[in-house]
Design a protein around this ligand. Structure first.
Ligand code: NAP
Length: 282
């Protein structure tokens, strides 16, 4: 599988494996199978409460640790310097690993929950992340669900530019301007819910493009991400889907097809916005 270079010179596989809601034995089995089927980038988060399962899946796969890129995230309830350091150690312990490959701020602090302090809270969280990286405990550091305003505020104090911004990204909601901004700043975009959690499979244009290539709509969505240099991290606990979601390197979408997909109306949006919490229950 091809790889994409990050601004810190590390690389990431072009497709990852999501694990949200893949828990306990189902999570262990999914991670094990995904690794055995060739995925090398795993995405979990403290919030998913499945870091132990992901760690066990890694061991069960028999794939060497250093071949796998393991990502986890500090939850929004643990933002801040000390909290982030503690949360990192807790994640490492649960994953049963000695280092991480990629650590992300799951959601930015915002004005709603931290008032005027929101920038400072993100800055302090980031300072902890920079130290973890300097200590060699994590190879790459990044953010998730950061809009341009959150990134610009971070740049005021950051010594390290985030390597990654992981954002919702699928044909029904792909945050075009934010993606372009990240690219311009050298920040690699990862796409979460690249299948819109299964809500766009009946979209007519996607169906017709998929039919033409003898592929599924899921594969078209993932291929569309790849062709924009966005790393999709589809989740599945179904063996045949885990395998199919990586079978996207044997076809190409034409420029006209890419454009057609780009103009699909907004649909399948999760409703999750970085400046909304904590009022939303999630
Ligand atoms: P997703 O990957 O878009 O969709 C997952 C859903 O689609 C599951 O219900 C899965 O069902 C189904 N599915 C998977 N492959 C399929 C296929 N080929 N055909 C039909 N259905 C298929 O959604 P997601 O899990 O929300 O997002 C992916 C990953 O992104 C997460 O797991 C997580 O790691 C990450 N994420 C990050 C954030 C963030 O804030 N940073 C937010 C959300 C998600 P089965 O499992 O039953 O097969």
């Amino acid at each position: 599988m091809n790889e994409l270079r990050l601004n810190d010179e590390n690389t990431l596989p072009t497709v990852g494996f999501g694990t949200y809601k893949a828990e306990e034995q189902q999570g262990i089995d999914a991670v094990k199978l995904a690794l055995q089927m060739g995925y090398r980038l795993l995405d979990t988060a403290a919030k998913y409460q499945n870091e132990e399962a992901v760690g066990k899946g890694i061991k069960a796969s028999g794939i060497a640790r250093e071949e796998i890129v393991v990502t986890t995230k500090v939850w929004r309830g643990n933002l801040g310097y000390e909290q982030t350091k503690n949360a990192f150690e807790e994640s490492l312990r649960k994953l049963d690993l000695t280092y991480l490959d990629l650590y992300l701020i799951h959601w930015p602090a915002n004005e709603k929950n931290f008032g005027k302090d929101w920038k400072k809270v993100n800055a302090e969280t980031w300072r902890a992340m920079e130290e973890l990286q300097a200590q060699g405990k994590v190879k790459s550091i990044g953010v998730s669900n950061f809009w341009q305003e959150h990134l610009e505020a971070l740049f005021e104090t950051a010594k390290v530019i985030p390597a990654v911004n992981q954002i919702e990204f699928h044909p029904g909601y792909w945050q075009k301007e934010l993606t372009a901004y990240c690219k311009a700043k050298g920040i690699r975009v990862q796409g979460w819910s690249p299948l819109a959690r299964g809500t766009i499979f009946e979209q007519e244009q996607l169906k017709s493009i998929a039919e033409k290539h003898q592929k599924t709509v899921a594969q078209v969505c993932l291929r569309w991400c790849l062709q924009q240099d966005v790393i999709p991290i589809p989740k599945s606990t179904t063996a045949k889907r885990i395998i199919a979601n990586r079978a996207i390197f044997d076809f190409e979408l034409s420029a006209a097809e890419m454009e057609q997909i780009n103009t699909i109306p907004k649909m399948g949006f999760s409703g999750e916005l970085p400046n909304e919490w904590p009022d939303r229950v999630w």
